[in-house]
Design a protein around this ligand. Structure first.
Ligand SMILES: *Cc1c(COP(=O)(O)O)cnc(C)c1O
Length: 413
């Protein structure tokens, strides 16, 4: 059987079932959801799965750890409103995201803003709103102080540290060595003193070492290093440590062979690290800021097969969706090598794989592949394809304007 030579599909997250061969999403048939939306392609996000994920994380983490959501992973307004009720804060990266965070009902004191190129008008909007700026350079601090003076508002300033370590096994490294993000650790103490001396509200440190790591031990190590670095920088500067954002980096399994993180172990180790801190840090508020870990597995992308065609003996299932909504699933968003995401035929869900097929998007580019040589049940025009792990960096991080098909519908259930 040729199937053995095919490429493996990624692992489908827990919590999905079938009714009469149709994929069930949070108690709804995929076909009914498409009917409700009126068209494909469609992103469906499960509010129940978001709640379960946050609850599971909180149960594993030390009680004093706050959980923030990095909204760039998925800024769909109804999802943001749901997340605002579930997490302790939002992390934003632009004035546009500030407006979204405020519209979702998140209190400004619970919003922090990181990003290496903040414009003056963004600093101004942030200071006016009363959110925390995670400043990425001496120059940004100087601009924020001047803008605060001009507005007559005391800015709330933290320093984003470029740590001397990175997150091992991380998909996108954000620390260690020369980086556009944050301020090199050795220059942090003098800038912290300058912020305090200028009379700004001192908000501590933001240390973000990387993203999409599935290495439990590496996350434990990076968190321990981040806690130690924050404490030592505050000590060296002779300033308090009111707040410390430990970043995130928690990954989710996308590909065959990926194993989920052991968050119980991460939480226990972080609890020990925080318990071991001296009395000076008794009131320090620690947080993690997570994007994909909170929302990635709660999203599914549904697209309809327009045509089944054969080319040189290979089966191509051509869909009405593709790379313009699913850049990451096609292997074009920070991947070194194209591997298959978890993908299934939603209208023959759970049926045995009988053929090797390629699932191609509708864009006129060879990059547009949702699955390559995967094992699938027989599917025809009209069948629905489900791409799992579509809740993060799908709609918001794909080139929806490319080739003019436009954005996909989105739905929170
Ligand atoms: C992107 C980003 C995040 C979220 O990353 P995930 O991999 O989605 O968890 C958090 N914080 C900062 C500063 C980021 O740039």
């Amino acid at each position: 059987m040729t199937l053995a030579a095919g490429k493996k599909l990624g692992p489908i997250p827990k919590g999905f079932g079938a009714a009469n061969g149709v994929l069930m999403i949070a108690g709804h048939k995929a076909t009914d959801l498409v009917e409700r939306a009126g068209d494909t392609p469609l992103f469906v996000y499960s509010g129940g799965m978001l709640r379960a994920r946050v609850a599971e994380l909180r149960a594993a983490m030390p009680a004093r750890l706050a959980v923030h959501y990095a909204i760039k992973a998925n800024p769909f307004a109804p999802l943001l409103a749901a997340m605002a009720e579930l997490v302790d804060g939002f992390d934003i990266a632009s004035a546009g995201e500030l407006a979204m965070a405020q519209a979702a009902g998140m209190a400004p004191t619970r919003i922090s803003f990181a990003g290496p190129g903040k414009r003056d008008r963004e600093l101004s909007a942030a200071i006016t709103a009363g959110i925390t700026l995670n400043c990425e350079s001496e120059a940004e601090v100087a601009r924020a102080l001047a803008i605060g003076d001009a507005l007559g508002i005391v800015p709330r300033l933290a320093i984003r540290v470029n740590p001397g370590f990175d997150l091992k096994g991380s998909g996108m490294k954000m620390g260690g060595g020369a980086k556009p993000f944050g301020l090199d650790a050795e220059r942090v103490p003098s800038l912290a003193r300058r912020i305090v001396a200028a009379g700004a509200e001192w908000r501590g440190f933001h240390i973000y070492a990387g993203s999409q790591s599935l290495d439990t031990q590496a996350i434990i190590a990076a968190q321990a290093q981040s806690v130690a670095l924050a404490v030592s920088l505050a000590g060296e500067a002779g300033v308090a440590l009111p707040h410390c954002n430990l970043g995130g980096g928690f990954g989710i399994p996308y590909f065959a062979g990926d194993e989920p993180l052991d968050i119980a172990r991460i939480g226990a180790a972080l609890g020990e690290a925080l318990d071991a801190l001296s009395a000076e840090c008794a009131d320090t508020r620690f947080c993690v800021e997570l994007g994909r870990y909170l929302v990635g597995e709660a999203g599914i992308y549904l697209t309809r097969i327009i045509e089944r065609k054969i080319s040189h003996g290979a089966v191509f299932l051509i869909t009405d969706g593709g790379l313009h909504h699913q850049l990451a699933a096609t292997g074009n968003f920070g991947s070194v090598m194209r591997r298959n995401y978890p993908v299934a035929i939603a209208t023959h869900y759970g049926a045995e794989a009988v053929e090797e097929a390629n699932i191609a998007g509708c864009l006129c580019t060879p990059l547009d592949r949702l699955a390559e040589r995967g094992g699938f049940p027989h599917a025809e025009a009209g069948d629905l394809v489900a791409v799992f792990c579509a809740g993060a960096y799908g709609a918001s991080a794909s080139p929806a304007a490319f080739l003019g098909h436009g954005p996909a519908a989105e739905m929170l259930i």
